[in-house]
Design a protein around this ligand. Structure first.
Ligand code: NAD
Ligand code: WQD
Length: 339
Protein backbone atom coordinates (compact mmCIF):
# COMPACT_ATOMS: atom_id res chain seq x y z
CA UNK A 1 0.00 0.00 0.00
CA UNK A 2 0.99 3.63 -0.46
CA UNK A 3 0.57 5.08 3.03
CA UNK A 4 0.51 8.74 4.05
CA UNK A 5 1.90 9.03 7.58
CA UNK A 6 0.91 12.29 9.28
CA UNK A 7 3.28 13.11 12.13
CA UNK A 8 5.73 10.55 10.71
CA UNK A 9 8.72 12.49 12.04
CA UNK A 10 7.45 12.17 15.63
CA UNK A 11 8.20 9.54 18.24
CA UNK A 12 5.62 6.87 17.41
CA UNK A 13 5.29 7.85 13.74
CA UNK A 14 9.01 7.42 13.05
CA UNK A 15 9.10 3.89 14.53
CA UNK A 16 5.98 2.99 12.55
CA UNK A 17 7.54 4.28 9.30
CA UNK A 18 10.42 1.82 9.70
CA UNK A 19 8.05 -1.12 10.16
CA UNK A 20 5.75 -0.06 7.32
CA UNK A 21 8.70 0.01 4.92
CA UNK A 22 9.97 -3.33 6.25
CA UNK A 23 6.48 -4.77 5.55
CA UNK A 24 6.72 -3.61 1.92
CA UNK A 25 4.59 -0.46 2.05
CA UNK A 26 5.50 2.80 0.32
CA UNK A 27 5.56 5.64 2.84
CA UNK A 28 5.06 9.38 2.42
CA UNK A 29 5.49 11.57 5.52
CA UNK A 30 3.68 14.82 6.19
CA UNK A 31 4.87 16.70 9.28
CA UNK A 32 5.15 20.37 10.26
CA UNK A 33 8.10 19.60 12.59
CA UNK A 34 6.17 21.42 15.31
CA UNK A 35 7.38 18.79 17.79
CA UNK A 36 10.11 16.94 15.92
CA UNK A 37 13.39 17.54 14.13
CA UNK A 38 14.10 17.19 10.42
CA UNK A 39 17.22 15.18 11.39
CA UNK A 40 15.01 12.16 12.08
CA UNK A 41 14.41 11.76 8.36
CA UNK A 42 18.08 10.97 7.60
CA UNK A 43 18.06 8.41 10.43
CA UNK A 44 14.95 6.78 8.94
CA UNK A 45 16.52 6.66 5.50
CA UNK A 46 19.68 5.08 6.94
CA UNK A 47 17.65 2.46 8.83
CA UNK A 48 15.39 1.56 5.91
CA UNK A 49 17.80 2.08 3.01
CA UNK A 50 15.11 4.03 1.19
CA UNK A 51 14.52 7.65 0.24
CA UNK A 52 11.38 8.77 2.07
CA UNK A 53 9.32 11.60 0.55
CA UNK A 54 8.51 14.29 3.12
CA UNK A 55 6.01 17.14 2.90
CA UNK A 56 6.69 19.79 5.53
CA UNK A 57 3.50 21.72 6.23
CA UNK A 58 0.85 22.25 8.86
CA UNK A 59 -2.09 19.90 8.30
CA UNK A 60 -4.57 22.38 9.70
CA UNK A 61 -4.03 24.11 6.32
CA UNK A 62 -6.89 22.59 4.33
CA UNK A 63 -5.72 23.89 0.97
CA UNK A 64 -2.23 22.41 1.27
CA UNK A 65 -3.70 19.12 2.42
CA UNK A 66 -6.13 19.10 -0.49
CA UNK A 67 -3.28 19.82 -2.94
CA UNK A 68 -1.23 16.90 -1.59
CA UNK A 69 -4.10 14.47 -2.16
CA UNK A 70 -4.79 15.98 -5.61
CA UNK A 71 -1.13 15.45 -6.58
CA UNK A 72 -0.53 11.95 -5.21
CA UNK A 73 -2.53 8.74 -4.78
CA UNK A 74 -2.76 7.13 -1.33
CA UNK A 75 -4.31 3.83 -0.25
CA UNK A 76 -4.33 4.67 3.45
CA UNK A 77 -3.58 7.38 6.00
CA UNK A 78 -2.08 6.85 9.45
CA UNK A 79 -2.81 9.98 11.45
CA UNK A 80 -0.31 10.62 14.24
CA UNK A 81 -0.04 14.41 13.87
CA UNK A 82 -1.23 16.28 16.94
CA UNK A 83 -0.23 18.00 20.13
CA UNK A 84 0.06 15.64 23.09
CA UNK A 85 1.15 17.34 26.33
CA UNK A 86 -1.61 16.94 28.93
CA UNK A 87 -0.47 19.83 31.17
CA UNK A 88 0.12 22.23 28.29
CA UNK A 89 -3.34 21.45 26.92
CA UNK A 90 -4.88 23.05 30.02
CA UNK A 91 -2.81 26.21 29.45
CA UNK A 92 -3.49 26.59 25.72
CA UNK A 93 -6.68 24.58 25.16
CA UNK A 94 -7.73 26.41 22.02
CA UNK A 95 -4.47 25.47 20.27
CA UNK A 96 -5.06 21.83 21.21
CA UNK A 97 -8.63 21.78 19.91
CA UNK A 98 -7.65 23.65 16.74
CA UNK A 99 -4.62 21.50 16.01
CA UNK A 100 -5.91 18.04 16.90
CA UNK A 101 -9.39 18.47 15.43
CA UNK A 102 -8.22 20.71 12.54
CA UNK A 103 -5.60 18.23 11.27
CA UNK A 104 -8.21 15.47 11.41
CA UNK A 105 -10.80 17.53 9.52
CA UNK A 106 -8.30 18.43 6.75
CA UNK A 107 -7.21 14.83 6.32
CA UNK A 108 -10.66 13.25 6.40
CA UNK A 109 -12.05 15.89 4.03
CA UNK A 110 -9.24 15.25 1.52
CA UNK A 111 -9.64 11.48 1.89
CA UNK A 112 -13.35 11.76 1.10
CA UNK A 113 -12.71 13.94 -1.97
CA UNK A 114 -10.06 11.62 -3.36
CA UNK A 115 -11.57 8.24 -2.55
CA UNK A 116 -9.02 7.21 0.12
CA UNK A 117 -10.87 4.73 2.32
CA UNK A 118 -8.50 3.59 5.03
CA UNK A 119 -7.57 5.63 8.12
CA UNK A 120 -5.73 4.61 11.27
CA UNK A 121 -6.01 7.14 14.10
CA UNK A 122 -3.86 7.57 17.23
CA UNK A 123 -6.21 7.68 20.20
CA UNK A 124 -5.28 7.19 23.83
CA UNK A 125 -6.21 5.24 26.96
CA UNK A 126 -7.02 8.64 28.44
CA UNK A 127 -10.50 8.36 26.80
CA UNK A 128 -11.47 5.79 29.48
CA UNK A 129 -11.68 8.59 32.03
CA UNK A 130 -11.74 8.00 35.77
CA UNK A 131 -14.67 5.60 36.16
CA UNK A 132 -13.92 2.73 33.77
CA UNK A 133 -13.28 -0.64 35.48
CA UNK A 134 -9.91 -2.38 35.00
CA UNK A 135 -8.81 -3.75 32.66
CA UNK A 136 -10.02 -1.14 30.17
CA UNK A 137 -12.15 -2.66 27.40
CA UNK A 138 -13.04 -1.05 24.08
CA UNK A 139 -16.79 -1.42 24.62
CA UNK A 140 -16.75 0.81 27.71
CA UNK A 141 -18.93 3.93 27.42
CA UNK A 142 -19.33 6.83 27.79
CA UNK A 143 -15.86 8.02 26.87
CA UNK A 144 -14.59 10.89 28.93
CA UNK A 145 -11.27 12.55 29.67
CA UNK A 146 -9.98 14.90 32.31
CA UNK A 147 -7.85 17.23 30.15
CA UNK A 148 -8.40 19.28 27.01
CA UNK A 149 -5.86 16.97 25.31
CA UNK A 150 -7.88 13.91 26.26
CA UNK A 151 -11.10 15.57 25.19
CA UNK A 152 -9.66 16.17 21.70
CA UNK A 153 -9.23 12.38 21.46
CA UNK A 154 -12.79 11.72 22.69
CA UNK A 155 -14.16 14.28 20.22
CA UNK A 156 -12.16 12.90 17.29
CA UNK A 157 -13.34 9.36 18.07
CA UNK A 158 -16.94 10.63 17.89
CA UNK A 159 -16.27 12.56 14.66
CA UNK A 160 -14.70 9.51 12.99
CA UNK A 161 -17.52 7.24 14.14
CA UNK A 162 -20.11 9.65 12.68
CA UNK A 163 -18.22 9.99 9.40
CA UNK A 164 -17.98 6.19 9.12
CA UNK A 165 -21.72 5.82 9.85
CA UNK A 166 -22.46 8.22 6.99
CA UNK A 167 -20.14 6.38 4.59
CA UNK A 168 -19.94 2.65 5.32
CA UNK A 169 -17.31 2.18 2.58
CA UNK A 170 -14.71 3.76 4.88
CA UNK A 171 -12.37 1.59 6.94
CA UNK A 172 -11.33 3.45 10.08
CA UNK A 173 -9.19 1.96 12.84
CA UNK A 174 -9.07 3.80 16.15
CA UNK A 175 -6.05 2.69 18.18
CA UNK A 176 -6.06 3.46 21.90
CA UNK A 177 -2.43 3.48 23.02
CA UNK A 178 -1.51 2.85 26.63
CA UNK A 179 1.94 4.17 27.72
CA UNK A 180 4.37 4.02 24.78
CA UNK A 181 8.05 3.83 25.78
CA UNK A 182 11.31 2.41 24.42
CA UNK A 183 13.15 3.02 21.18
CA UNK A 184 14.32 1.25 18.04
CA UNK A 185 16.90 -1.41 19.06
CA UNK A 186 19.52 0.29 16.85
CA UNK A 187 19.53 3.29 19.21
CA UNK A 188 19.34 5.67 16.23
CA UNK A 189 15.73 6.82 16.67
CA UNK A 190 13.82 7.40 19.89
CA UNK A 191 11.78 9.84 21.93
CA UNK A 192 13.23 13.37 21.98
CA UNK A 193 11.00 15.61 24.10
CA UNK A 194 11.54 19.35 23.92
CA UNK A 195 12.25 20.99 27.30
CA UNK A 196 11.59 19.22 30.58
CA UNK A 197 10.02 15.81 29.92
CA UNK A 198 6.44 15.41 31.17
CA UNK A 199 6.50 11.64 31.02
CA UNK A 200 8.21 9.13 33.27
CA UNK A 201 10.46 7.20 30.88
CA UNK A 202 12.16 10.14 29.13
CA UNK A 203 12.61 11.80 32.52
CA UNK A 204 14.36 8.74 34.00
CA UNK A 205 16.49 8.47 30.85
CA UNK A 206 17.61 12.11 31.18
CA UNK A 207 18.48 11.55 34.86
CA UNK A 208 20.52 8.49 33.85
CA UNK A 209 22.44 10.43 31.20
CA UNK A 210 23.09 13.35 33.60
CA UNK A 211 20.80 15.97 32.06
CA UNK A 212 18.58 16.06 35.22
CA UNK A 213 19.63 15.75 38.87
CA UNK A 214 16.96 13.37 40.09
CA UNK A 215 13.56 11.93 39.40
CA UNK A 216 10.64 13.06 41.55
CA UNK A 217 8.19 10.19 42.01
CA UNK A 218 4.72 11.73 42.06
CA UNK A 219 3.24 10.17 45.19
CA UNK A 220 3.74 6.85 47.01
CA UNK A 221 0.46 6.76 48.90
CA UNK A 222 -1.78 5.34 46.17
CA UNK A 223 -3.80 2.16 46.78
CA UNK A 224 -1.29 0.00 44.86
CA UNK A 225 1.23 -2.66 45.92
CA UNK A 226 4.13 -0.22 46.49
CA UNK A 227 2.04 2.96 46.71
CA UNK A 228 3.14 4.35 43.32
CA UNK A 229 0.91 4.50 40.23
CA UNK A 230 0.71 1.52 37.89
CA UNK A 231 0.64 1.86 34.10
CA UNK A 232 0.55 -0.39 31.05
CA UNK A 233 3.87 0.45 29.38
CA UNK A 234 4.10 -0.76 25.78
CA UNK A 235 7.31 -0.88 23.74
CA UNK A 236 7.09 1.51 20.78
CA UNK A 237 8.21 -1.36 18.52
CA UNK A 238 5.21 -3.46 19.57
CA UNK A 239 3.02 -0.39 19.14
CA UNK A 240 4.39 0.23 15.63
CA UNK A 241 3.71 -3.41 14.73
CA UNK A 242 0.11 -2.86 15.85
CA UNK A 243 -0.28 -0.20 13.12
CA UNK A 244 0.97 -2.54 10.40
CA UNK A 245 -1.44 -5.21 11.68
CA UNK A 246 -4.30 -2.69 11.80
CA UNK A 247 -3.75 -1.76 8.13
CA UNK A 248 -3.78 -5.43 7.12
CA UNK A 249 -6.96 -6.08 9.08
CA UNK A 250 -8.74 -2.97 7.76
CA UNK A 251 -7.96 -4.03 4.18
CA UNK A 252 -10.27 -7.06 4.54
CA UNK A 253 -12.59 -5.80 7.29
CA UNK A 254 -16.33 -5.56 6.79
CA UNK A 255 -16.76 -2.91 9.46
CA UNK A 256 -16.49 0.82 8.76
CA UNK A 257 -15.03 1.60 12.19
CA UNK A 258 -13.05 -0.56 14.60
CA UNK A 259 -11.51 0.31 17.96
CA UNK A 260 -8.50 -1.54 19.34
CA UNK A 261 -6.57 -1.16 22.60
CA UNK A 262 -2.80 -1.38 22.10
CA UNK A 263 -1.37 -2.38 25.46
CA UNK A 264 0.19 -5.40 27.15
CA UNK A 265 -2.50 -5.99 29.78
CA UNK A 266 0.12 -5.68 32.57
CA UNK A 267 0.55 -2.89 35.10
CA UNK A 268 4.02 -1.74 36.23
CA UNK A 269 4.56 0.73 39.08
CA UNK A 270 6.72 3.84 38.93
CA UNK A 271 9.24 2.30 41.34
CA UNK A 272 9.34 -0.97 39.38
CA UNK A 273 10.12 1.08 36.28
CA UNK A 274 12.90 3.00 38.06
CA UNK A 275 14.48 -0.27 39.24
CA UNK A 276 14.20 -1.82 35.76
CA UNK A 277 15.96 1.23 34.34
CA UNK A 278 18.67 0.88 36.99
CA UNK A 279 19.26 -2.69 35.77
CA UNK A 280 19.58 -1.42 32.18
CA UNK A 281 22.08 1.26 33.18
CA UNK A 282 23.93 -0.88 35.72
CA UNK A 283 23.81 1.61 38.59
CA UNK A 284 21.38 3.21 41.03
CA UNK A 285 19.54 6.33 39.94
CA UNK A 286 18.73 9.27 42.21
CA UNK A 287 15.05 9.75 43.01
CA UNK A 288 12.88 11.16 45.77
CA UNK A 289 9.23 10.84 46.65
CA UNK A 290 7.23 14.01 46.01
CA UNK A 291 3.56 14.97 46.14
CA UNK A 292 0.94 13.49 43.85
CA UNK A 293 0.51 15.05 40.39
CA UNK A 294 -3.00 16.36 39.81
CA UNK A 295 -5.12 14.16 37.58
CA UNK A 296 -3.10 10.93 37.87
CA UNK A 297 -5.10 7.68 38.00
CA UNK A 298 -3.74 5.15 40.50
CA UNK A 299 -3.88 2.30 37.96
CA UNK A 300 -4.42 1.91 34.23
CA UNK A 301 -4.05 -1.09 31.97
CA UNK A 302 -5.61 -2.57 28.87
CA UNK A 303 -7.58 -5.62 28.06
CA UNK A 304 -5.73 -6.31 24.78
CA UNK A 305 -7.87 -9.39 23.88
CA UNK A 306 -9.71 -7.71 21.00
CA UNK A 307 -6.49 -6.53 19.32
CA UNK A 308 -4.91 -9.95 19.94
CA UNK A 309 -7.85 -11.73 18.25
CA UNK A 310 -8.78 -9.33 15.46
CA UNK A 311 -5.33 -8.00 14.52
CA UNK A 312 -3.45 -11.26 15.12
CA UNK A 313 -1.07 -9.07 17.09
CA UNK A 314 0.44 -9.32 20.53
CA UNK A 315 3.20 -7.57 22.41
CA UNK A 316 6.51 -9.40 22.71
CA UNK A 317 8.83 -6.91 24.43
CA UNK A 318 9.42 -6.87 28.19
CA UNK A 319 9.89 -3.99 30.62
CA UNK A 320 13.63 -4.78 30.56
CA UNK A 321 13.62 -4.50 26.74
CA UNK A 322 11.87 -1.12 27.03
CA UNK A 323 14.53 0.16 29.45
CA UNK A 324 17.51 -1.32 27.57
CA UNK A 325 16.37 0.18 24.25
CA UNK A 326 15.57 3.57 25.80
CA UNK A 327 18.99 3.60 27.40
CA UNK A 328 20.74 2.67 24.13
CA UNK A 329 18.98 5.59 22.39
CA UNK A 330 19.54 8.08 25.24
CA UNK A 331 23.19 7.19 25.90
CA UNK A 332 24.13 7.35 22.21
CA UNK A 333 22.12 10.59 21.69
CA UNK A 334 22.41 12.41 25.04
CA UNK A 335 20.82 15.58 23.69
CA UNK A 336 18.46 13.88 21.24
CA UNK A 337 18.42 14.71 17.54
CA UNK A 338 20.65 17.51 16.40
CA UNK A 339 19.11 19.95 13.94
P1 NAD B 1 5.10 13.46 18.70
O1 NAD B 1 4.85 14.85 19.13
O2 NAD B 1 6.46 12.90 18.83
O3 NAD B 1 4.66 13.30 17.15
C1 NAD B 1 3.61 14.05 16.60
C2 NAD B 1 4.12 14.63 15.28
O4 NAD B 1 3.06 15.40 14.69
C3 NAD B 1 5.31 15.58 15.47
O5 NAD B 1 6.35 15.20 14.57
C4 NAD B 1 4.75 16.96 15.14
O6 NAD B 1 5.71 17.79 14.53
C5 NAD B 1 3.61 16.60 14.18
N1 NAD B 1 2.53 17.60 14.14
C6 NAD B 1 1.86 18.15 15.21
N2 NAD B 1 0.94 19.02 14.76
C7 NAD B 1 1.00 19.01 13.40
C8 NAD B 1 0.29 19.69 12.38
N3 NAD B 1 -0.66 20.57 12.66
N4 NAD B 1 0.61 19.43 11.09
C9 NAD B 1 1.59 18.54 10.77
N5 NAD B 1 2.30 17.88 11.71
C10 NAD B 1 2.01 18.11 13.00
O7 NAD B 1 4.02 12.52 19.44
P2 NAD B 1 3.93 10.94 19.53
O8 NAD B 1 4.26 10.56 20.90
O9 NAD B 1 4.64 10.31 18.41
O10 NAD B 1 2.35 10.77 19.37
C11 NAD B 1 1.76 10.51 18.12
C12 NAD B 1 0.25 10.48 18.30
O11 NAD B 1 -0.08 9.48 19.25
C13 NAD B 1 -0.35 11.78 18.81
O12 NAD B 1 -1.60 11.98 18.18
C14 NAD B 1 -0.56 11.51 20.28
O13 NAD B 1 -1.61 12.26 20.82
C15 NAD B 1 -0.90 10.03 20.27
N6 NAD B 1 -0.61 9.36 21.54
C16 NAD B 1 0.64 9.46 22.08
C17 NAD B 1 0.92 8.85 23.29
C18 NAD B 1 2.28 8.98 23.94
O14 NAD B 1 2.37 8.79 25.14
N7 NAD B 1 3.34 9.30 23.21
C19 NAD B 1 -0.09 8.12 23.94
C20 NAD B 1 -1.35 8.03 23.36
C21 NAD B 1 -1.60 8.66 22.15
C1 WQD C 1 3.45 7.67 34.32
C2 WQD C 1 3.56 7.56 35.82
C3 WQD C 1 3.25 9.63 37.00
C4 WQD C 1 6.83 11.69 35.59
C5 WQD C 1 0.43 10.22 29.78
C6 WQD C 1 -0.82 10.88 29.28
C7 WQD C 1 -1.63 9.89 28.50
C8 WQD C 1 -0.79 9.26 27.40
C9 WQD C 1 0.48 8.69 27.92
C10 WQD C 1 -1.04 10.55 25.39
C11 WQD C 1 2.51 8.37 36.56
C12 WQD C 1 4.65 9.11 37.19
C13 WQD C 1 5.84 10.74 35.80
C14 WQD C 1 7.70 12.03 36.67
C15 WQD C 1 6.55 10.44 38.05
N1 WQD C 1 -0.39 10.23 26.42
N2 WQD C 1 5.70 10.12 37.00
N3 WQD C 1 7.51 11.38 37.86
O1 WQD C 1 0.32 10.20 32.89
O2 WQD C 1 0.21 7.69 32.60
O3 WQD C 1 0.06 9.15 30.64
O4 WQD C 1 1.18 9.69 28.68
O5 WQD C 1 -2.13 10.15 25.05
O6 WQD C 1 -2.73 10.57 27.97
O7 WQD C 1 -1.57 11.34 30.39
O8 WQD C 1 2.22 8.92 31.75
O9 WQD C 1 4.65 8.96 31.81
O10 WQD C 1 3.39 11.05 32.49
O11 WQD C 1 3.36 9.05 33.97
O12 WQD C 1 6.42 9.88 39.14
O13 WQD C 1 8.57 12.90 36.56
O14 WQD C 1 4.83 8.12 36.21
O15 WQD C 1 2.75 10.20 38.19
O16 WQD C 1 2.14 7.65 37.71
P1 WQD C 1 0.64 9.02 32.11
P2 WQD C 1 3.48 9.56 32.46
Amino acid sequence: MRVLVSGGAGYIGSHTVVQLIAAGHDVVIVDSFANSKPAVIGRLEALTGEAIPVHAFDLTDRDKTERLFADEPFDAVIHFAGLKAVGESAEIPLEYYENNLGTTFSLVRAMRRHGVKMLVFSSSATVYGEEAPLPYREDYAPLQASSPYGRTKVMIEHVLTDVAAADPSLRIGILRYFNPVGAHPSGTIGEDPQGIPNNLMPFIAQVAVGRRDKLVVFGDDYPTADGTCERDYIHVEDLAAGHVAALNTLATSEKAVSVWNLGTGQGTSVLEMVHAFERAVGRELPYEIGPRRAGDQPRSWADPARANDELGWRTVKTIDDMCADTWRWQSSNPTGYED
